[in-house]
Design a protein around this ligand. Structure first.
Ligand code: ADP
Ligand code: MG
Ligand code: ZN
Length: 479
């Protein structure tokens, strides 16, 4: 089985504007059904769309961040199809002349080398309403109808499941950095269609592709690709042909099933939207939006490496989400040691808890200031790193400050040399037999003494000081 997969993603992102694309209805996904609607977004006869300029600004932002050319003149088109959640009978989209074209995004390939994935186009369009099926009947909620979307159409430059999810993750993080999409996949803010075809290794021509619709997690993207790859390969191995089909992925079974078979191309009878003027954007507007772009993930990674001397890996993990990067930098404002120390605690210990509880760092029960305070205690040797981990769990579970938990548990490390020396001396004096063995060359007995000291201090003695003091006192016995 020596096939190469050709993969291209189409990503739909809901724009996080206050109001809808063609009317002034509030975008509100939790409101009571059909209360955030008006004659425009319920498609009453005689109503006209009115373009939301904020949505245009957001689309331009996405275009610039993805290295696209912005079309100063673009157009809206009607894509005609019938579905109960689409009362107009068509979707307003951009077909002939989208707002942005010819962009690119760099990702890491499976060997960890940087590679560019082309962005064919970014088009502005609108979301549909939602159908809900209850028993024998179906209900329609039009609160979502007319929510502005952008569709980001990628070139078929992706070659593996890992690359695909890496690309999707990066797009998600950029959209959130740009503050133009909430990026929450469970809530449907971002959805991805996977196009995949196979060709013999070394072949030039692309094979026939299938399109898996509406994937809403990185994992589903990877699983759908693995499944389609296998399925198409076994068809080809058996001398059969891949049919050009639109598929759905079933998360339960991990399989795809056919939604529709494309005869030729789908016929949507596209034509220019007569109710909206062509979209004219001035060069000044593009320049202004470009100047106002926030720092993007790649720039942040570079800055974290140079300003904080972080390893590239840390910088990438911390910059993978804006809220994580912000949390990390907020910790630093309360900390005066090496940034790498904070990075370790955030990346390893805190993220472990956050992931365990499937929580969001921006709502972390341990505020940045408190994490920094905990790392300070460890850095000053007031508690050991090992105990620090337990303290963090308690801070997280009980929403307490670092010093509250440390006092409650009574785990402050004993670093005071005098009191450690006193304890060590007592233990050495009351175990003459062991001292004898040690002096006769039984080095292992050293561990016994350390263990005794730790037992007596409930693990709170600073291990380094214990070890130094023991050496000193035992060598005195030798004289
Ligand atoms: P359509 O409008 O029918 O969806 P497009 O030509 O716009 O078709 O392509 C849609 C997506 O399919 C793009 O993301 C593109 O990268 C991808 N694509 C095109 N041809 C192939 C192919 N042979 N194999 C895999 N993906 C493909
Ligand atoms: Mg398509
Ligand atoms: Zn409306």
């Amino acid at each position: 089985m020596s096939y190469e997969a050709i993969i291209g993603l189409e990503i739909h992102a809901q724009l996080s504007t206050q109001t809808k694309a063609w009317c002034f209805c509030e975008i509100n996904t939790t409101a009571y059904e059909n209360t955030k609607t008006c004659p425009v977004c319920t498609a009453q006869p005689g109503t006209l769309p009115f373009l939301n300029t904020k949505a245009v600004d957001y689309a331009i932002r996405a275009g610039l961040a993805l290295n696209c050319e912005i079309n100063l003149l673009s157009k809206f088109d009607r894509k005609n199809y019938f579905y109960p959640d689409l009362p107009k009978g068509y979707q307003i989209t951009q077909f002939e002349r989208p707002i942005a074209i010819n962009g690119s995004l760099s990702i890491l390939d499976d060997e960890g080398h940087e590679k560019k994935v082309g962005i064919q186009r970014i088009q502005m369009e609108e979301d549909t309403g939602k159908s809900m099926h209850m028993g024998d009947s179906s209900l329609i909620n039009l609160n979502r109808s007319g929510t502005p979307l952008i569709e980001i159409v990628g070139e078929p430059d992706i070659r593996s499941a890992k690359e695909a999810s890496g690309y999707f993750k990066k797009i998600q993080s950029i959209l959130v950095y740009l503050d133009i999409c909430h990026g929450n996949m469970q809530e449907g803010n971002l959805r991805c269609d996977v196009n995949l075809s196979l060709r013999k290794k070394g072949a030039k021509e692309f094979g026939t592709r299938t399109e898996v619709k509406n994937l809403n997690s990185f994992r589903s993207v990877e699983r759908a690709i693995a499944y389609e790859w296998e399925r198409q390969a076994s068809l080809l191995d058996n001398g059969q042909k891949v049919q050009q089909q639109t598929l759905l992925f079933d998360v339960e079974s991990g399989k795809t099933r056919v939604l529709r078979t494309k005869s030729d191309a789908d016929d949507y009878r596209y034509f220019p939207e007569p109710d909206l003027m062509p979209l004219v954007i001035t060069q000044e507007r593009v320049v202004k939006i470009k100047e106002e772009l926030p720092e993007l993930p790649d720039d942040k990674i570079r800055r974290f490496v140079t300003d904080y001397s972080l390893p590239l890996y840390d910088a990438e993990v911390l910059s993978s989400s804006l809220s994580l990067a912000n949390y990390f930098e907020e910790c630093l404002t309360f900390f005066d040691g090496e940034p790498k120390k904070i990075s370790n605690w955030v990346m390893v210990e805190l993220l472990k808890l956050i992931n365990e509880y499937n929580a969001d760092i921006s709502k972390s029960p341990v505020p940045a200031k408190e994490l920094a305070s905990l790392v300070n205690f460890v850095q000053k040797g007031e508690i050991s790193g090992k105990i620090g981990k337990d303290v963090l769990v308690k801070m997280y579970d009980e929403k307490k400050t670092a010093s509250e938990v440390i006092n409650e548990l009574g785990v402050k490390q004993i670093s005071d040399t005098d009191s450690i020396e006193k304890i060590v001396r007592e233990i050495v004096d009351s175990n003459p037999g062991e001292v004898e063995k040690y002096l006769n060359g039984k080095d292992r007995v050293f561990g016994f003494f350390v263990g005794q000291v730790m037992k007596q201090t409930k693990g709170q003695a600073n291990p380094q000081i214990v070890s130094e003091t023991l050496k000193k006192i035992l060598s005195e016995k030798n004289e």
